[in-house]
Each structure stands twice: as structure tokens, then as C-alpha cells.
Design a protein around this ligand. Structure first.
Ligand SMILES: [Zn+2]
Length: 242
């Protein structure tokens, strides 16, 4: 259940897109949908939501910066969620009004961003990465864990989407990111001693690759065929570089 704040009156409600029981407002326009999605416990803790609700009730709604707005819209479109259905209804009911110039957006960091917390899904993924790193020292996960961590942290919307919408476990997601990073690293020549020949660390990372692919098979994110193809494919890459 999502604890949310009404974009119109600032009252608490359960569910980002449901009509507010206090004022009756339901988000219909794109901007109201984005605002409703942002001001939930997926993005803020309870104290921040209280502050936001209070400010909305005083006519001081948070300004969503353009990048967040685009990310949220993209995510909602990808999910093909209630969002589309609601927007279609809305298009029949209203004509778009011209947008007033957004002065606040150009005045630096929006105030509400100071409360923005890392999504739970990102925290869960980082935790899994730490576990994997500790559990398999022989694979030299530490050689790539910084890159893996950076990817998870810099693309939170992808992480949230994979876990919340695609239904991946945080663990499977981390293994997927590991294969993405390894794909680049093992094809870079950085872990080769000669053309086609990996260094000792390179060999360990190749074992990590196989392990990650096996885990993706176990979690149901890969078919037997995908797994076999991935293992064959990385070896072809390794053969051709260095
Ligand atoms: Zn309301």
C-alpha cells in the first residue's frame, strides 16, 4: 500500500492515484499524475510527506524538476499502468491549458529534493551486492563492484522498474547488472594478458559471469537457452580482444 499526499489539498491518502477522500480531487492531467506519484512514501519518509502535505495545503506545492518529471512520465508510460487509462479519459474531458512558465524550476534545487530518499529497491539491491561480494571472494567481485554500485545508484528508476514492475528480485537484478558490467569489462582487454587470453583476475571474472548467468537461470529471468547463449557469447568476445 502506498501512503500518498493529495496533490490538491495535502491530505494523506492511501494510493497515489485514487480520489482524495477529503477534497475529492483525483489526478487527471500529466502534471497532477507526476506530482501524485512523486509525493508518496516511495520517495519520501513520513515526516517529509507531512511537511509536503502542510505546504500543499498552504498553496505551496513542491516543484518537480524537469528531469524527475521526464523520468516519472517515462516510467509510468513503460508500465502501461492506470496512468494511460486515466489520461485517455482525461483527454476526452478536458482541453489542455497552456502551461505557465515555471519560474521556480530555474531557481536551483527544488526544496522538496532535500528530503528525497533513495528508493527502497536501490537500498535492497546495494545490500544484495554487498552479500554477493562477501560470499564469493574468489570471483574478485571487488574489481567491478564500484561500477555495479554506480549503475544501481545512478539509474534508480530502472532499478525500481525492474523490481516493482518486472517483478525481479533485488538479487536477480544485481546479477543482471553484474553481467552488464562484465560484458564491458571482459571485452575491454583490461583483463587480458594476450589477445584471447585472460589474466588470472580475468579468469575469476569469467567464473563470476558464469555464476551470474546460472543465478539468472535459477531465478527464472533466463531460459536454459539464454544461459547457454550468454556463456558462449562472452567467450567469443574474450577470444577476439586483448
Ligand atoms: Zn485532497
Amino acid at each position: 500500500m502506498t501512503t500518498a499526499v493529495c496533490f490538491k489539498c495535502g491530505a494523506f491518502k492511501i494510493g497515489a492515484f485514487v480520489p482524495c477522500s477529503k477534497c475529492g480531487a483525483a489526478p487527471l492531467s500529466e502534471d497532477d499524475m507526476v506530482m501524485s506519484f512523486v509525493v508518496t512514501d516511495h520517495h519520501f519518509d513520513l515526516n517529509a510527506l507531512k511537511e509536503i502535505g502542510l505546504r500543499i495545503s498552504r498553496g505551496d506545492p513542491p516543484k518537480v524538476d524537469p528531469k524527475t518529471r521526464i523520468d516519472v512520465l517515462q516510467m509510468m508510460r513503460q508500465t502501461g499502468s492506470v496512468f494511460d487509462a486515466m489520461r485517455k479519459t482525461n483527454e476526452k474531458l478536458t482541453t489542455p491549458k497552456p502551461k505557465p512558465a515555471d519560474k521556480a524550476a530555474s531557481q536551483g534545487k527544488p526544496w522538496w529534493q532535500f528530503w528525497k530518499k533513495q528508493p527502497d529497491e536501490v537500498n535492497a539491491a546495494i545490500l544484495e551486492l554487498d552479500k554477493i561480494e562477501n560470499a564469493f571472494p574468489d570471483f574478485e567481485v571487488d574489481l567491478i563492484s564500484t561500477s555495479v554500485r554506480d549503475r544501481i545508484k545512478t539509474e534508480p528508476e530502472k532499478v525500481v522498474h525492474s523490481i516493482r514492475v518486472d517483478g525481479m528480485t533485488p538479487k536477480a537484478l544485481v546479477y543482471l547488472v553484474i553481467t552488464n558490467v562484465l560484458d564491458r569489462e571482459l571485452s575491454s582487454g583490461r583483463f587480458h594478458v594476450y589477445r584471447g587470453l585472460l589474466s588470472g583476475s580475468g579468469e575469476n571474472l569469467l567464473r563470476l559471469w558464469d555464476h551470474a548467468v546460472d543465478e539468472l537461470l535459477k531465478s527464472g529471468n533466463h531460459s536454459e537457452e539464454d544461459a547457454a547463449k550468454d556463456k558462449k557469447w562472452i567467450r567469443e568476445q574474450i577470444r577476439n580482444v586483448g
